[in-house]
Design a protein around this ligand. Sequence first.
Ligand code: FES
Length: 207
Amino acid sequence: MSGRTRADPRAAADSRYNDLEAGARVMAMRSATEQRPRKAFYQGDPFAGPPPPELEAILDRFRGRADSVIAVLQAIQETYGYLPRRPLGFAARELGVPLARLYGVATFYNQFHFSPPGKYVIQVCRGTACHVAASSELLAAISASLGIGEDESTEDGIFSLQTVACLGCCSLAPVMVVGGDVHGKMAPERLGELLERYRAAAREEGA
Ligand code: FES
């Protein structure tokens, strides 16, 4: 006679039923947990208070002047170095100008920027004389060397890259400006040494 015992079919059915029942209980508990009201993480209205003093001073100059959108944006950018979202939200509320209009104007003109500038802003001229003198190759070389595109900044925060219309010194084409210094008759071959000089200066100042 074999040592094996035959499984009782009724016991097996009961066990299956118990498993199903336990599963159903778990599902019901999960569902109840999911339906429980979630904890709110509402942090309050970011524009509930007054604007910061430096922004308030700007907005006070332009209250009631619906035609001053460009001037307001320029003043905000001058103060912060770019157009941060929160000051734009305050400006829309305080001046009664739709936020979409502020963004519409800011994105139309390439003088406005939406991310913090690097320590040294590189501006490559795209005016006619510089264009003829291959400024687009210069721009491509800078972009490749720094790994950033137009209106972007390097991860180390040292450089950001912009293009501008005529810088007013066409006889030096192609022209680029780095941190306010004008560099004329630029050639991609001179880039490496030039950028390294500014990197070293940034390191020294940061030390
Ligand atoms: S076109 Fe570049 S400086 Fe005038």
